[in-house]
Design a protein around this ligand. Sequence first.
Ligand code: UDP
Length: 355
Amino acid sequence: MNKPLKLLLVSTPVGPLGSGLGGGVELTVLNIATILRQRGYKITIVAPETSELESFSIVEIPGILQTLAQTQNRDDPVILSNNSVLTNLWNYAIKVADQYDIIVNFAYDWLPLFLTPFFKGKLIHLVSMSSLTDVMDQAVQNTIKQCPGSIAFYTQTQAETFGLKGGYFCLSSALKLSEYHFCKQPKNQLAWVGRISPEKGLEDAVIASARTGIPLLIMGKIQDQDYWQKIIQNNSQAPIEYLGFLSTDKLQEQLRQCRALVMTHRWIEAFGNVAIEALACGVPVISYRRGGPTEIIRDGVTGWLVEPDNINQLVNAIQKIDQIDRLACRQQAEREYSLEALGDRIEQWFFQVIS
Ligand code: UDP
């Protein structure tokens, strides 16, 4: 591209950046903004009030936070409350659209998809979760029909959940690798990292930890208190320790000292940023063979993929974790998940969109 583009990044309306409520998409916004700024793009980020994102200044928008799509039923209608931050974010974006070359949407919501063909300027979307509701599936399919190339997903597996045959881009994900440090000799402990919410299936990792007797460190935002309390009550003997929602620096410091990261999600994980964070520290990943992690983990080389919801297989995989070479994990992260590689993929997407 000849001249640096002016970009408006419109963040998720489910929580302020830095709160953890947005899950992996918060890290994605940071990483995309970082690599594109390094490459000379002019970046503006607009996000819910009280957002914080390292050295980026943010246009903060007030309003009621959006309901989490993963708590909705498949046939639920679109929800837009009075004074919704989603509506307010997009009112702002509409007003300033002609000042930007590209507007990138990070919300998993019907409204910005619906607006795509009517927008002044190029509106494109990173869809951050797999198919959850009929109304979103329809919106994704219509948007691709009307504006081919305007949607990117993290992974192929995720895109397929929307019943798509093509017309989209796969971005994968990335990390600032220098912030994650390789650890050759872990302690005898396992890690579980993520939002504590039913679709993440934490209870299976807790049971596996109890069965193997290997302590489990749990890190992440408690999004569903009742769910968390139930896990504690039902597993009072399990050797688990909850460390809270940690900053990236503290997170990697704990994670890297673990023998493995265990991923026990019940839904089709769109990507699973935590998997590449583990690999970047040299930590093998044991995951259910479901969604994004199946495209990340090299079975038997950088971790183990096991049958979904099968705790026996999870336990077996934990018992053979020392067969995995930790250096191979770090090397995979360096090869496939650097910010530079992500920057190249995004520029390819932009190039297609602009041309
Ligand atoms: N995370 C964090 N601190 C924690 C636990 C998790 O910052 O204590 C972040 C982690 O770095 C990752 C995100 O939470 O970026 C979880 O993203 P993932 O893609 O794994 O799942 P999602 O929440 O998007 O479903």
